[in-house]
Structures are given as C-alpha cells and as structure tokens.
Design a protein around this ligand. Structure first.
Ligand code: AP5
Ligand code: MG
Ligand code: ZN
Length: 217
C-alpha cells in the first residue's frame, strides 16, 4: 500500500502519518524530516537545505527527487510506504510516477488533510518537537505530560526554526502557489480523497484509517 499524505503546513501530516505508519505497518518517509536530519548532521546537503527551509521556500526539485528516489529503492519500501510532504510540486508528482514505474510500484491513495489558514497559524506557532526522537507536540492541543519534556524518551522539546510567524506566512503562500495545484493532478487519476483536518487528532485519524482500509493493495 503506497499512500501519499498531503496538506498545507501544519495540517497534521506528520502527526497522522506517525499513527498511520503504526496502524498499517508502513515506513513513514517525510522529506521535511530527512532535510532536518541533514541539517542536524551538518552535511553539505543540509547546509544548502537550511537556507531554503529558513526562508519557508521549497528545496529545488532535482535535489528532493534524487533523495526520494534513493529512499524508495530501499528494500523496506517494496511492500508499501507512507509519503509525507512529497510530492509538493507538479514536477515532483510527475517524477514520482516515473520512479514508481521503474520500481513497478503504484500509488494506492492520496489523502489531503484540509485545514483553514487561521487554524494552521495557531498549530504551527504552538508546535514543539522532541530533539531526540522527533515526536510532535502542541502547547495547547497536544501538550507533553511534563513541560518541555518528551513523553516517549524524556528528550528536550524545541521550536522548529521555520515555525516563526513570518516564515509560517511565507510557507502558506508557497503552498498555495506551488503545492495546491497537485490536487488537480491526482483528482484526474481518481486517487484523491479530501479529509476534514479541522477536528481533533483522533477524529481525523479515524476517518483516514477508515478510508485507507477500503483502499486495495
Ligand atoms: P515539512 O517538514 O514537510 O513541513 P510542512 O509541509 O510545512 O508541514 P509541517 O511539518 O509543518 O506540518 P504537518 O502537516 O506535518 O503538521 P504536524 O503534524 O507537525 O517541510 C519543511 C520544509 O522542508 C519545507 O518548507 C521545505 O523547505 C522543505 N521540504 C520538505 N519537503 C519538500 C519537498 N517535497 N520539496 C521541496 N522542499 C521540501 O502538526 C502541526 C501542529 O499541529 C503540531 O503541533 C501538532 O501537535 C498539532 N496538530 C496536529 N493535528 C492536530 C489536530 N487535529 N488538532 C489540533 N492540533 C493538531
Ligand atoms: Mg510534518
Ligand atoms: Zn522524544
């Protein structure tokens, strides 16, 4: 089962993908997480990626496509995968189709977590992430049991450098311009399902899981 989870910044892609990956036993591939790891490790690619991410801009297609292609070729992806944050441009969507053709895989479903803009701003500016295991929290909507400490691994929580109000606004504008058009790309292929993401985390998850259980392969 190959699932693409899409939606604007802060819609809950990562939160839902973490739960769906457990439910359906699929590897969770988040391009944002891949780039944040590269930044943390201080690799050349990480240094380049940080410049784009801190401005709220997308990383150039050829870099992202190369990384995803390599990741999808690993054996753990042969039975399925959950893609979070990729594709994000029409060029990336087309490249994904080509890569999947080569690997003899195909997309089972594209789910779009739909949330309005004011809600997204509140979610992003209140987000906190574990420095150690990457678990996601929210100061108000999903707080840790102990302030600033991860429930799972006792790691320290931090605020992503692109979660400041100005960068958030830039990310939302770029989403509208560059990512929103791929909805049409998938609607034409009959793969697309819109999910109302402006509800609590468990309600959104129940809907997503329900839809994906009905999806074959
Ligand atoms: P990426 O990391 O993918 O960021 P994003 O798309 O902006 O999305 P987020 O991760 O911010 O939000 P999310 O939808 O995962 O929400 P979350 O579950 O955390 O990309 C970052 C950057 O990397 C990009 O800007 C770009 O530079 C680069 N990049 C990555 N992929 C790329 C690509 N393919 N091409 C080019 N560049 C790329 O939830 C958000 C908050 O809300 C959390 O605090 C959470 O606890 C809370 N929350 C979640 N669900 C709910 C709910 N139902 N109710 C209340 N609160 C909720
Ligand atoms: Mg995310
Ligand atoms: Zn943790």
């Amino acid at each position: 089962m190959l699932i693409v989870i899409m939606g604007p910044p802060g819609a809950g892609k990562g939160t839902q993908a973490e739960k769906l990956a457990k439910e359906f036993a699929l590897p969770h591939i988040s391009t944002g997480d891949i780039f944040r790891s590269a930044v943390k490790e201080g690799t050349e690619m990480g240094k380049k990626a940080k410049e784009y991410m801190d401005k709220g801009m997308l990383i150039p297609d050829e870099i992202v496509i190369g990384i995803v292609k390599e990741r999808l070729s690993k054996p753990d992806c042969s039975a399925g995968v959950l893609l979070d944050g990729f594709p994000r441009t029409v060029e990336q969507a087309e490249a994904l189709d080509e890569v999947l053709d080569e690997l003899q895989l195909k997309i089972s479903a594209v789910v779009n977590v739909d949330v309005h803009e004011e809600e997204l701003i509140g979610r992003l500016t209140g987000r906190r992430v574990c420095r150690n295991c990457g678990a996601t929290y929210h100061l108000k909507f999903n707080p840790p049991k102990v302030r600033n400490i991860c429930d799972h691994c006792s790691g320290e929580l931090y605020q992503r450098s692109d979660d400041t109000i100005d960068t958030v606004k830039e990310r939302l504008a770029i989403y509208q311009k560059q990512t929103f058009p791929i909805i049409e790309y998938y609607e034409h292929q009959d793969l697309f399902k819109n999910i109302d993401g402006a509800r609590d985390i468990d309600a959104v998850f129940a809907d997503l899981a329900d839809h994906l259980k009905k999806t074959k392969d």
